[in-house]
Design a protein around this ligand. Structure first.
Ligand code: PLP
Length: 408
């Protein structure tokens, strides 16, 4: 891989000043755009002129100038030629799949995925579109290879699987996909800045910007990164899934997220630093913990090779409490007695968020799929925040673990 530095790439972008010379860009809230000559309008409609060719815009569901700038920033972070933003992570994922697949096509996906993505591929798309998915262990490259059919259009995975934190071998998966004429789509929601999947051969990266990218759990948003040709296809007036299904990002949301990207690097480094300290201490105390930063993790070596420097191994670890009951008891202790964090789904917040995945964000997966994917009933996913001090958080964590009998 080239020595890509996502922060340098973002800093190298031309700065977008506000309309009056403000250091922050202006927000373009208009849903429609005027021109000086009537003949310009059909030119825009036929895609001959647009944001890149003279700044001509069409309509708010098509490219919006503020959302467009955020897209360029996300593209710079991911090392993509282009990117565009959407109303949610799920709309980024569904629009991408629908753009790449037609009725009768086939997807290969990791058997452990965010529950919403699993439900989309497993329950929603097949009866409505005839797009079928085979779920495989993405870390088993031979199984992935066996799953290809002549109709396979997409190989889909998460850089770090939600919630089991298995790491995808992006270069090898990209090689398999390319050999079969399929596109490798990677959900990089858990690993912004940490891994740059496009730089390892992925074709498309999708994001839920609702998580680390935004960092304050106050907006729902998504992004799709890839080639300029692919992003233009998504906006095609006749065939574009973003243009026609219309999961449009609000420009005010785009502005808000854009202002948080300059400190994403500092935030990711601190999420990861704290997660590593706490996960290391947990494992030293004999608590079953999954964290890719620990040498015992099956993909520790792989992630060490894939990751960019400076942002660590991610801000999430999982504790296996053994049973759902003990997982619930642990989270209640951590929230209500020790004030370690909050019982809430989602991740990437400045405070710590905890959820029992099998009972919540992975509950769309049927029991056998949960078992196959290793989503254990007592697994508590912990998204480590950076408020308070590390020592304070460790005392709180130890106290709760003692109370539920997981340590002495
Ligand atoms: N991808 C992953 C890995 C997620 O964890 C989530 C949500 O939790 C999503 C996608 C969906 O994102 P959104 O809620 O922004 O639609």
């Amino acid at each position: 891989m080239s020595n890509f530095d996502p922060l340098e790439s973002l800093a190298d972008m031309r700065h977008e000043f506000g309309e009056h010379g403000g250091v922050n860009m202006s927000i373009e809230t208009s849903t429609t755009f005027t021109v000086m000559q009537a003949a310009t309008m059909p030119e825009i409609f036929q895609g001959r002129i647009g944001p890149e060719q003279g700044g001509c815009y069409l309509y708010g569901r098509h490219f919006n100038p503020t959302v467009y700038v955020l897209g360029k920033q996300i593209a710079a972070l991911e090392g993509a030629e282009s990117a565009y933003c959407t109303a949610s992570g799920m709309s980024a994922i569904s629009a991408t799949i629908l753009q790449l697949c037609s009725a009768g096509d086939h997807v290969i996906a990791g058997h452990t995925l965010y529950g919403g993505t699993f439900a989309l591929l497993n329950a929603y798309l097949p009866p409505r579109t005839g797009i079928a998915t085979s779920f495989v262990d993405i870390t088993d490259l031979a199984a992935v290879e066996r799953a290809f059919t002549p109709r396979t259009k997409v190989l889909y995975c998460e850089t770090m699987s939600n919630p089991t934190l298995r790491v995808a071998n992006v270069p090898e998966l990209a090689r398999l996909a390319r050999a079969r004429g399929a596109k490798l789509v990677v959900d990089n929601t858990f690993c912004p800045l940490i891994v740059s999947p496009l730089r390892h051969g992925a074709d498309i990266v999708v994001h839920s910007l609702t998580k680390f990218m935004n960092g304050a759990s106050d907006v729902i948003a998504g992004a799709i990164c890839g080639t300029t040709a692919f992003v233009q296809t998504l906006m095609d007036l006749h065939q574009g899934s973003l243009m026609l299904l219309g999961p449009t990002m609000d420009p005010i949301v785009a502005y808000d997220i854009s202002l948080r990207l300059p400190h994403l690097g500092l935030r990711m480094a601190e999420h990861s630093r704290r997660a590593l300290i706490l996960a290391t201490r947990l494992s030293e105390r004999g608590v079953p913990v999954i964290y890719p930063g620990l040498p015992a993790h099956p993909e520790h070596g792989l992630l060490s090779r894939l990751k960019n420097s400076d942002f660590g191994f991610g801000g999430i670890f999982c504790i296996d409490a053994g049973t759902t009951e003990r997982a619930f008891a642990l989270m209640e202790e951590l929230q209500n007695r020790d004030r370690f964090g909050y019982m809430a789904v989602s991740l990437g917040y400045f405070d710590t968020l905890m959820s029992c995945s099998a009972a919540t964000t992975s509950s769309e997966m049927p029991g056998d799929a949960l078992a196959r994917g290793g989503v254990l009933p007592g697994l508590v996913r912990v998204s480590i925040g950076y408020t308070g001090s590390v020592e304070q958080r460790w005392r709180q964590l130890e106290d709760a673990l003692r109370h539920v009998g997981m340590i002495r």
